[in-house]
Design a protein around this ligand. Structure first.
Ligand code: PLP
Ligand code: NAG
Length: 375
């Protein structure tokens, strides 16, 4: 034993002597500079690798290329000029029209003339029917009857205020019915859902997502005391999550999709930490129309005890019927363990007018955190 200790300490002494000998040939100042330079290089490499980790190699290289291009004399002004050209192109045309826009209340009323005026403006809109995917979700010949029915119903309730449900009991009943019917389509009556699904109508999927994120944040704060919340999403998730993260002070971790353009479950797992409050999945996502692996994501959320929101904005009123028609649709709703909330657009394939969506929570225990009173 002593032999070992002896030879080890003599090894240390010898190494020290040779290191000193090696260093003595340099000026102290040069040594200091070399040390600083090494630290600097390490720092640059560290931030480069974390950027690659967050953005992916391709985007990082593109970013590096763009910033080096800007360093070349004239490079930055070239890019700025190109950008300005595009902005000018967008704005030309609309500028002259805008000169005709009213900017002050007219001194005398328009009377019936206002309708003619509006008809005229409308006639100059793009002819979208059946031509603009993702804009209005019905537009063929079947839309005529549908639109007049919807218009009649809407005009009947145009001048109500759903905040006062004691006055407008009919409106309250209709909201409850839309929520219940939607929940039924999404498994609320199946045993696996727990039979306690609750929800509300909102003005659109963005608001539904904002609600779900805020609710998850406050629910997780109560459940586990997380005060520096983070959420992990796939890059294909809707921009509403970016908004929610900003509004509600949540750190957003956006993970690249896999080769099939689906949420990458393994990569998402790697981004979960003790501050993570939720993950999200889309069925399908807006950019590719591809359904994320909802069951696997549900398992992941369940194993970490965190929330899992499923964005059914596009698929919610399609997938249940596709399944009835015999298509193989993997589970995507409250029958999946781990799903804590979903959102679904009545104003997309629900074929209702813009401004209607539904957010649903697995139970009241979660839903009650959508109210600010519970903060
Ligand atoms: C349309 C859409 C949204 C946002 O919906 P809005 O109703 O426009 O706010 C969110 N997620 C997906 C998947 C969508 O298709
Ligand atoms: C949401 O729904 C609950 C019932 O589930 C209801 O009590 C509440 O008033 C609704 N809130 C809104 C904002 O509609």
């Amino acid at each position: 034993m002593e032999d070992y200790i002896y030879s080890f300490s003599s090894f240390l002494v010898r190494s020290r002597v040779s290191v000193n000998l090696f260093l003595s040939q340099f000026e102290p100042l040069a040594l200091l500079l070399a040390l600083l330079l090494t630290l600097l290089v390490a720092r640059v490499l560290h931030s480069l690798f974390s950027v690659i980790h967050d953005k992916g190699l391709k985007d990082t290289l593109l970013g590096l290329f763009m910033s080096s291009f800007k360093l070349i004399p004239g490079g930055k002004s070239y890019i700025d000029a190109e950008k300005q050209k595009i902005v000018d192109k967008w704005q030309s045309g609309s500028k002259s029209k805008r000169d005709e826009w009213r900017t002050e209340l007219p001194t005398t009323g328009f009377g019936e003339g206002i309708i003619e005026d509006m008809k005229d403006a409308k006639s100059k809109d793009v002819d979208w029917k059946g031509k603009c995917s993702g804009t209005v979700y019905i537009g063929g010949s079947e839309s005529e009857g549908h639109f007049s029915l919807i218009s009649e119903a809407c005009s009947m309730f145009q001048h109500t205020n759903p905040l006062h449900l004691d006055v407008f009991q009919s409106v309250g009943r209709f909201e409850a019915e839309v929520v219940a019917m939607t929940a039924d389509l999404l498994g609320s009556k199946e045993k696996a859902s727990g039979g306690q699904v609750r929800g509300n109508m909102t003005s659109g999927e963005t608001e539904s997502i904002l609600f779900a994120v805020k609710t998850s944040r406050d629910y997780m704060k109560m459940k586990t005391g997380i005060t520096k919340p983070e959420m992990v999403i796939a890059e294909s998730a809707h921009s509403a999550y970016d908004k929610a993260a900003q509004y509600f002070n949540i750190k957003l971790r956006s993970v690249p999709v896999n080769k099939e353009f689906k949420a990458d479950v393994k990569a998402i797992r790697q981004h979960i930490n003790r501050n993570t409050i939720m993950i999200v999945g889309s069925a399908p996502g807006f950019p590719h129309g591809i359904i994320d692996p909802i069951e696997e994501l549900g398992k992941l959320a369940d194993s970490y005890g965190i929330c899992f929101h499923v964005d059914l904005c596009l698929g919610g009123f399609v997938l249940p019927f596709a399944r009835k028609l015999g298509y193989q649709i993997p589970p995507f709703d409250f029958t999946v363990k781990g799903v804590t909330s979903v959102s679904i657009d009545v104003h997309k394939y629900g074929l209702a007018p813009k401004g209607t969506s539904v957010v649903l929570y697995r139970n009241h225990e979660i839903r009650k955190f959508s109210n600010s009173i519970n903060l």
